[in-house]
Write a protein that binds this ligand. Structure first.
Ligand code: NAD
Ligand code: UGA
Length: 331
């Protein structure tokens, strides 16, 4: 990472493009940016008029002044017009999820995580956007010895998804390292983000749903897998801080500090719902690592950021959101 002063100007940009704005993290980010007075252009290939999850994610954005939404695929759409006068691009669009990436959908991962990112970086360069913040992933570290992962550790991605995320962040960094590139890049390695509107394929969502409904929960492996669960508002705060971080280019871990196991999540869900989740034991899945854990030092130094929400508090907020009518319909 270069620690030279960057072209980024303020911690609250004037105008931003948020890719993946109909998604979990992107919709929260767009909302938070609007609260700070940023003009936000959101782009996503999911059409909220047809996709209930996208509609639920975006419900809070409707009618907010300063927000404009475009339904388009970054693999094919004209990107330059979206970048006029943009101070920063927050690149959250992508195909997430470790387990499905072994299947035939792999080409989707390549298209959205790699090829669309290449198009976006080309456009950012042409349009002289000073900064791009890209959503990378803790999964790029792969298996660890349980100790904290430092940004300089040798990446050992263990799933096709993780390979595409490593390619995505490195692609952005490669563009940024060209002498004539006007765009500096911060790649944020998010560690398992949870909270209201979390993707329904993810574990915390499923555990809370099982606790609330009495339906069984499928548990892959023995439940001793540990994750550095990161609350959504903390992830968003780190992301906004990255827009104005006074460095040129680099990688930063965004971990919530939870270091909790899946069994811990189940126990919290049981307590919150006042009922025991019924577990359906299943085999561990290929590509799932046993532990993710962020070394937090660079995030503190570079972003001036540290997490503020603990797992029981964040899960309570997530459970409360699951009872809202718009979300109940979608998820
Ligand atoms: P999400 O699926 O809710 O949001 C991603 C959005 O990107 C979706 O709405 C999707 O329609 C959109 N998208 C995908 N390909 C696109 C394309 N070609 N053009 C336009 N839009 C496209 O996922 P999320 O959980 O919000 O994750 C956001 C990003 O953060 C992803 O890049 C993911 O890999 C990364 N990430 C997420 C987590 C997590 O715990 N949620 C952790 C690490 C990294
Ligand atoms: C999550 C996100 O899904 C990825 O998009 C992201 O890149 C990654 O975090 C990251 O930190 O980088 P993951 O840690 O696999 O990936 O999160 P979950 O999908 O919530 O799974 C966590 C654990 O729960 C895994 O071991 C999984 O096998 C297990 N699980 C998941 C179950 O036992 N049952 C389920 O129904 C779902």
């Amino acid at each position: 990472m270069s620690d030279s002063p960057s072209a980024a100007t303020t911690s609250s940009p004037r105008r931003a493009l948020v890719t993946g704005a109909a998604g979990f993290i992107g919709s929260h980010l767009a909302h938070a940016l609007l609260q700070t007075g940023t003009i936000v252009i959101g782009v996503d290939r999911r059409d909220p008029a047809r996709d209930q999850t996208a509609a639920a994610n975006m419900a809070a954005l409707h009618g907010l002044p300063g927000y404009m939404h475009i339904t388009a695929d970054l693999l094919t759409c004209a990107i330059d017009p979206l970048l006029i006068d943009a101070d920063v691009i927050f690149h959250l669009a992508g195909i997430p999820g470790v387990r499905p990436s072994w299947g035939p959908q792999f080409s989707e991962y390549v298209n959205s995580n790699i090829l669309a990112t290449q198009r976006l970086m080309d456009a950012a360069t042409r349009m002289h956007v000073p900064r791009l913040v890209v959503a990378s992933s803790s999964s790029v570290y792969g298996p660890t010895n349980g100790g904290p992962s430092v940004e300089g550790d040798h990446p050992r991605p263990a799933s096709p998804y993780a390979v595409t995320k490593l390619a995505e962040e490195q692609l952005c960094l490669a563009h940024a390292s060209r002498t004539d590139c006007p765009t500096s890049v911060i790649a944020l390695r998010y560690f398992t983000v949870y909270g209201p509107r979390q993707r329904p394929d993810m574990f915390t969502h499923r555990a809370l749903r099982a606790a609330m409904s009495g339906q069984p929960l499928r548990l892959y492996g023995d439940g001793h897998q540990r994750r550095d669960f990161t609350y959504i508002d903390d992830a968003v705060a780190a992301t906004i801080a990255a827009a104005g971080a006074p460095i040129d280019t680099g990688i930063v871990n965004v971990g919530g500090g939870a270091n909790a196991s899946l069994l811990d999540v189940i126990n919290i869900a049981n307590r919150l719902a006042g009922r025991e989740i019924q577990i359906h034991a299943d085999n561990a899945r290929n590509g799932d690592v046993l532990t993710t854990r962020a070394d937090p030092r660079r995030a503190q130094a570079v972003l001036g950021w540290q997490p503020t929400v603990d797992l029981p508090t964040g899960m309570r907020a997530q459970m409360q959101a699951l009872t809202q009518p718009a979300y109940r319909k979608a998820a």
